[in-house]
Design a protein around this ligand. Structure first.
Ligand code: COA
Length: 261
């Protein structure tokens, strides 16, 4: 267990768990917490036995109820730009992680909390969770990637409805519109997130990392460039022990033992 002030990071193998831990502020993401999240992503990247990661919040009330409004209220324009860039940069580290990251949304995921869940590769939500981007109700806009990632995930019309109304939706509606991948009873949430990740991390780790990279990079490209990127990543994997092992195991009718090399 690595020690942070506002986070708990359990570098379990193969699945690490990061818990946002500011329950008296509904796990609101202040600057200190964002900086710690950035550091935690680095520790997860370096930890060899860790193949995937769950991000969740302490308690049953909140995953994270947003950026810290008390802190935002005091920002001037230049500081606000810098804060937005910090949040974006830290969440991009989550999105670019070669190790798959699953958000286990245990309660409110609002504003920056929802944006953090959007930066994760997959989302499992408790049936009691509530999600939304209420920034316009505060006179601002989502500034940690929400206006960029939400339309890509659920389509422009649905994204604009959520962003412009600022309304919260419940977990069932979030599941219906594709904002979350799976639902779980609150007591089963972490187990369900772990089950999902365990299926993923049983696969070739290099292939999982490059699949994430291909999808992520491809999103920002026109189709021919995206296809070329996919072909190159496919080619790189042909040089890996993992590909030889995966294919030999299939032909020899046994389970693969991937080394991540
Ligand atoms: N930033 C800072 N503090 C926050 C916070 C946030 N985003 N969200 C909640 N808190 C704090 C509250 O100020 C309160 O602190 P206090 O006990 O010192 O007064 C504590 O967390 C509990 O929140 P409270 O509002 O009393 O709980 P609730 O159950 O009545 O309401 C919410 C829950 C999530 C509906 C409500 O807290 C809320 O609307 N939060 C803000 C959500 C938001 O707009 N996020 C986007 C920010 S850009």
């Amino acid at each position: 267990m690595s020690s942070f002030r506002n986070l708990r990071l359990d570098l379990g193998e193969p699945v690490a768990t990061l818990t946002i831990d500011r329950p008296d502020k509904l796990n609101a993401l202040d600057r200190a917490t964002l900086l710690e999240l950035g550091e935690a992503m680095e520790l997860v990247r370096e930890a060899e036995g860790v193949r995937g990661m769950i991000i969740t919040g302490t308690g049953e009330r909140a995953f994270a109820a947003g950026a810290d409004i008390a802190e935002l209220a005091a920002l001037g324009p230049l500081e606000a730009v810098e804060t937005s860039r910090l949040g974006q940069e830290v969440f991009s580290r989550v999105e670019r992680s070669g190790k798959p990251v699953v958000a286990a949304v245990n309660g409110y995921a609002l504003g920056g909390g929802c944006e953090l869940a959007l930066a994760c590769h997959l989302r499992v939500a408790a049936t009691t969770a509530k999600l939304g981007l209420p920034e316009v109700t505060l006179g601002v806009i989502p500034g940690y990637g929400g206006t960029v990632r939400l339309p890509r995930l659920i389509g422009r019309g649905r994204a604009l409805e959520l962003i412009l109304t600022g309304e919260m939706i419940d977990a069932a509606e979030a599941h219906r519109i594709g904002l979350v991948n799976r639902l779980a009873e609150p007591g089963e949430l972490l187990k369900e997130a772990r089950r999902l990740l365990e299926r993923i991390v049983a696969n070739g780790p290099l292939a999982v990392g490059m699949a994430i990279e291909s999808v992520h990079r491809g999103e920002g490209m026109e189709i021919d460039a995206a296809l070329a990127t996919e072909a190159h990543l496919f080619g790189v994997l042909a040089a890996s022990d993992d590909m030889r092992e995966g294919m030999s195991a299939f032909l020899e009718k046994r389970s693969p033992r991937f080394s991540g090399r």
